[in-house]
Design a protein around this ligand. Structure first.
Ligand SMILES: Cc1ncc(COP(=O)(O)O)c(C=O)c1O
Length: 468
């Protein structure tokens, strides 16, 4: 079935694709999605929504592939650019000079904050993280890095070592040595760790997978000072926060301070062609290191002509439409609506926080994250809880969303919270007993029990359908 068309998918066809997906990609992934009624397909991807062809239901995309679809699903202008480009280009050879590469680098440099005007082209967010860390280490000749608890920078060897949750990395040690962790927004902790051995302090200005924690102004100014005093490179991971998501083009603009290095990916793809980049200040240790070691961080997939042309168009689209302003105004209404919901349900919703269209809703109990994903899916909302903080549901719709989208979405979220109360009526008394709480919070138990409930639902539905 062609993407963009809404054809009805027969139930058997859907089941067969799921079977094949499980057989050849991951059965566990199918079960994981199935337990939240998210074993669905995406067709007719447009703006903030897509349609599941099996059920014909429309879904709001509040996950946006963890922040890839800032310019909206299947943005026609971006897809047209890619399609036109394919008439004349292949992806290009990664070591060759090309106008596509330089046009993109120029646009990025002119839009990046302060004197961050040097660009390294990369393949993905994790690849850009590795490039940024190597650049900081190479330029300073130092070997230690300070990262934040609950941070997420990707899933490869470099970025896993800076991941702020042990769950993902305990099987793969030893990873990159010399990485120290501080609590996010705890300046004193960073001060205690920083030394003349520290090459870089790396953080997301708003932690995404960590549960939507926004850095305070005082913290950011303090980090800049620590870096200046100790010759440390300050690195901002703007993979999720960049390209307008927080209501400014770059999250760093909220603070009025500059990082030495920032890296980006995801939404620079326009949701159409993956790309990533490291952007750094034109200062001697950084520029000098790159000039002496021009091929120190390359990948055949980093900075392809196709990716650069698409990313250039993404920048034009954002600038022409000043889309970050929409993220700020629509995001304010969204957050206000969620705050209202929180006040009405303060026994289960602990906090709503975020900036622009990067908003998180934290529950009192960790297991509620999975439950809420299921209740939202039943209302036609695809949202994912934070990987490093399951008690926080993330809402990151495309930043092209309209106020009408947000009002509709808010009413669906309200219905989902209402539905969730039925489950909580049974589960909350159990959750107050520490032993049961541990069981409820266990991901394996959640997947097993939600799939069991789903089996029962489908069995009953099957019998009802057979009878009628
Ligand atoms: C803040 C942040 N940094 C880095 C990455 C890694 O990006 P990629 O998936 O392109 O490797 C992610 C991905 O979710 C991210 O959220």
């Amino acid at each position: 079935m062609a993407q963009g068309t809404v054809g009805k998918m027969a139930r058997q066809e859907g089941d067969y694709i799921k079977y094949l997906f499980g057989r050849h990609i991951s059965h566990g992934q199918v079960r994981y999605l199935r337990c939240a009624h998210l074993d669905i397909f995406e067709q007719s991807r447009q703006g903030c929504t897509f349609v599941d062809p099996a059920s014909g239901r429309k879904f709001y995309d509040c996950f946006s592939s963890a922040g890839c679809f800032n310019v909206g699903r299947s943005n026609p202008q971006i897809l047209q650019t890619l399609s036109d480009t394919l008439d004349e280009h292949d992806m290009g050879s990664f070591q060759m000079l090309s106008t596509a590469k330089i046009e993109f680098a120029l646009k990025l440099a002119s839009l990046s904050p302060g004197d961050l005007n040097r660009v390294m082209l990369c393949a993905s967010g994790a690849d850009a993280f590795a490039g940024a860390i190597k650049l900081a280490k190479g330029a300073t000749g130092r070997n230690e890095v300070i990262s934040m608890n609950k941070a997420y920078h990707g899933h490869d060897g470099f970025s896993l070592s800076a991941n702020g949750k042990d769950y993902y990395k305990h099987l793969f040690v030893p990873l990159m040595p010399g990485v120290h962790f501080a609590d996010f927004n705890d300046l004193e902790a960073v001060k205690r760790l920083a030394s003349k051995k520290t090459a870089a302090i790396v953080l997301e200005p708003v932690q995404g997978e960590g549960g939507i924690h926004v850095a305070t102004g005082q913290y950011m100014t303090g980090l800049r000072k620590i870096c200046d005093e100790n010759g440390i490179m300050l690195i901002f991971d703007e993979v999720q926060t960049g390209f307008g998501r927080t209501g400014k083009m770059w999250a760093s603009e909220h603070y009025g301070i500059l990082p030495d290095i920032m890296f980006i990916a995801k939404s620079m793809s326009g949701g159409a062609y993956p790309n990533g980049a490291v952007v750094y200040r034109d200062i001697e240790p950084l520029t000098g290191y790159v000039e002496k070691n021009p091929l120190f961080h390359t990948s055949h997939a980093g900075g392809t002509d196709l990716g650069c042309i698409v990313s250039s168009r993404v920048i034009d689209f954002l600038v022409e439409n000043r889309v970050w302003e929409n993220a700020a105004s629509v995001g304010k209404r969204f957050k206000d609506g969620l705050l209202e919901l929180q006040r009405e349900n303060s026994d289960i919703i602990k906090e709503v926080r975020g900036v622009g269209l990067m908003i998180g809703m934290e529950y009192e109990y960790e297991f509620v994250g999975a439950l809420m994903a299921e209740c939202l899916a039943k209302q036609g909302v695809w949202a994912a809880y934070s990987g490093n903080a399951p008690q926080v549901m993330r809402f990151q719709i495309p930043i092209t969303a309209s106020l009408e989208d947000v009002e509709d979405l808010l009413s669906k979220i309200r219905s989902a919270v209402r539905a969730m109360r039925w489950y909580l009526f049974l589960l909350l008394p159990l959750a107050r007993v520490p032993l049961f709480r541990g069981i409820l919070d266990n991901l394996k138990v959640q997947i097993f029990s939600f799939n069991l409930v789903r089996d029962i639902e489908e069995f009953i539905l099957g019998r009802v359908l057979r009878r009628s």
